[in-house]
Design a protein around this ligand. Structure first.
Ligand SMILES: CCCCCCCCCCCC(=O)SCCNC(=O)CCNC(=O)[C@H](O)C(C)(C)COP(=O)(O)OP(=O)(O)OC[C@H]1O[C@@H](n2cnc3c(N)ncnc32)[C@H](O)[C@@H]1OP(=O)(O)O
Length: 209
């Protein structure tokens, strides 16, 4: 990528319409993405011999150099726009699958992987916040049919959030005052409440970054 300029005209920092896709990146992009997540899982827990570390460095350096020749801007990268993949293919997000996204709210299944470890075998609190931020943003976006940014996000951690477990996450706009959207949300492991949120999202003006 020569610079961060978008290749497609748009206004503001976010696009009014996300350029979604189910094909960008090709038929093997899903498996590519899964292998990258698996690499992060392994890297989180591996204690390689020095010989293996040197070997991994060589393989990864070569691969990174090859990928360098295929970088595109954020608006056209599959990661974040492949709506058929967990979390739209965005590797930085905890993977989730949307069950329902309506103006009444978003219902999704989320799972935290080994690389989302906080400590003592459970999920890092920051990763829980990331999931809420993205899905709170989605609830806002769907409710107003426009892009919103987080003004604040308070997470109440009610009980431990397990790794490697399919969890239920809900977000919804509880109240609206003009551009201000007060978004609530919950994260459950079965019947057990792991976390909930109190947050404010602001609907962006046209052209606003
Ligand atoms: C299928 C695809 C899905 C795609 C789904 C994709 C979802 C992605 C979601 C990602 C969401 C993010 O991570 S966004 C990234 C994290 N957030 C940010 O970086 C935001 C940084 N902050 C900003 O850019 C700005 O502060 C804004 C946009 C939040 C607000 O600025 P503004 O637009 O100029 O508005 P401003 O006049 O300041 O505020 C508007 C009103 O909100 C109030 N207000 C503003 N901030 C606060 C605050 N922290 N706490 C209380 N109140 C606040 C003000 O008092 C005012 O109230 P009153 O006087 O009107 O009563």
């Amino acid at each position: 990528m020569s610079d961060s300029s978008p290749t497609v005209p748009h206004e503001g920092g976010f696009r009014p319409d996300l350029d979604i896709s189910t094909e960008r990146g090709g038929p093997h992009y899903a498996e590519f993405s899964e292998q990258v997540r698996t690499l992060m899982d392994k890297a989180r827990f591996a204690c390689p011999t020095d010989e293996l570390a040197v070997e991994a460095i060589a393989v990864l350096s070569e691969l990174n150099a090859k990928l360098d020749a295929h970088l595109v801007d954020e608006w056209t990268t599959p990661a974040g726009t492949r709506v058929d993949l967990p979390a739209r293919g965005n590797l930085t997000l905890p993977p989730y699958e949307i069950e329902e996204a309506t103006p009444e709210g978003v219902l999704a299944t989320v799972w935290f992987r080994p690389y989302h470890l906080g400590g003592n075998g459970v999920t890092h609190g920051g990763q829980v916040a990331v999931a809420f931020d993205d899905l709170g943003g989605m609830a806002s976006l769907v409710a107003v049919n426009g892009v919103c940014r987080t003004a604040y996000l308070k997470v109440n951690y009610r009980s431990l959030t397990p790794l490697n477990t399919r969890l239920t996450i809900r977000t919804w706009v509880e109240r609206r005052e003009g551009r201000k959207l007060f978004v609530a949300g919950t994260l459950h492991d079965g019947d057990r409440l792991c976390a909930d949120i109190e947050s404010l999202f602001i609907e962006l003006r046209p052209g606003q970054a």
